[in-house]
Design a protein around this ligand. Structure first.
Ligand SMILES: Cc1ncc(COP(=O)(O)O)c(C=O)c1O
Length: 292
């Protein structure tokens, strides 16, 4: 891991060494989790779906009535500068916007200047072991709020879910609705392969519209795989595979759920195919940077 002393963050109108990057204790992000965020991956200088990530940031800001702190083009430029100022080839760029700083009061009293923070870290990639064996999941009753389509920084439920997963030797916790339908993970979307069809929960208030979810659906459809966006359960007849998707995972096979094997308990054909197709796209991205 790189020393944090060599890292640079953007905080409210300027780049500063990460260790000096501070926000006020009365920032509403700290006081109320009153903010939204984005995580975008950059491969050797080429961004994976930067525009869709920035558009989702705009949608999240609109949904909670926080003005976008900079015009889109400036935000894009700041993301690029942040990447360039940090020492990682493949990086994860984190953008956080909060409503800003004010004396603590639930009701917003004044016109506020939003806080904008951008940090860059190495892009974590699934280990070789995980690629071979697939990941383990657990399921939990969804205890989150009713606006999961907003990429809110209020992630306490997700932190609790991830901690429970780690405690039980699993990699991710997946939320179930009251009827037992599988919604999404703490930081991933989830798909099942049922009778050869790729199935995932439709986009509504219970799931985040993952940019990688879209990418996986697109890759599947281009490869002639049928995709259904519908509610589904783990015990459906014909379920042979589960997969999770996110910016940092692309697509990963889930081979166990609550300590029981999913399908044959090994990464399945569809998961491996989709993962390979998505990695090809990443290779194209990298190659595009080299040749330009
Ligand atoms: C709740 C939730 N669902 C899904 C995802 C995956 O989204 P993306 O593919 O845009 O990374 C995330 C990512 O952080 C998430 O937090």
């Amino acid at each position: 891991m790189k020393e944090t002393s060599s890292l640079t963050a953007y905080v409210n109108n300027g780049f500063v060494p990460l260790e000096k990057a501070m926000v006020h204790i009365e920032d509403r992000g700290f006081q109320f989790a009153d903010g939204v965020y984005e995580v975008v991956a950059c491969f050797g200088g080429a961004y994976l779906d930067l525009q869709p990530h920035l558009q989702r940031l705009q949608r999240s800001c609109d949904a909670v009535n926080i003005p976008l702190p900079k015009p889109m083009s400036e935000l894009e430029d700041l993301v690029q500068q942040a990447y360039a100022k940090n020492p990682f080839k493949d990086a994860m760029v984190y953008i956080q916007v909060t409503r800003g700083v004010a004396a603590r009061s639930h009701v917003v009293q004044t016109t506020m200047t939003p806080t904008l923070v951008i940090t860059v870290r190495n892009l974590p990639k699934p280990s070789d072991d995980k690629l071979k064996t697939g990941v383990k999941g657990i399921t939990l009753q969804d205890i989150r709020w009713k606006h999961c389509e907003i990429k809110s920084i209020a992630l306490l439920a997700s932190v609790m879910g991830k901690q429970e997963a780690a405690k039980r030797g699993a990699d991710e916790a997946f939320w179930l609705d009251e009827q037992g339908h599988v919604l999404e993970g703490c930081a991933t979307n989830i798909f099942a392969v049922i009778d050869g069809v790729l199935v995932t929960h439709p986009l509504d208030h219970q799931v985040l519209g993952g940019i990688t979810r879209d990418m996986a659906i697109q890759a599947a459809q281009n490869a002639g795989i049928e995709v259904q966006e519908r509610a589904w359960k783990l015990d459906e007849l014909g379920l042979t595979e589960c997969l999770m998707s996110s910016t940092t995972n692309a697509v990963m096979p889930i081979t166990a759920m609550n300590d029981a094997a999913v399908g044959r308990g090994i990464p399945g054909e569809m998961g491996l195919k989709l993962r390979a197709l998505m990695l090809l796209k990443l290779d194209d991205l990298r190659a595009g940077v080299k040749s330009s």
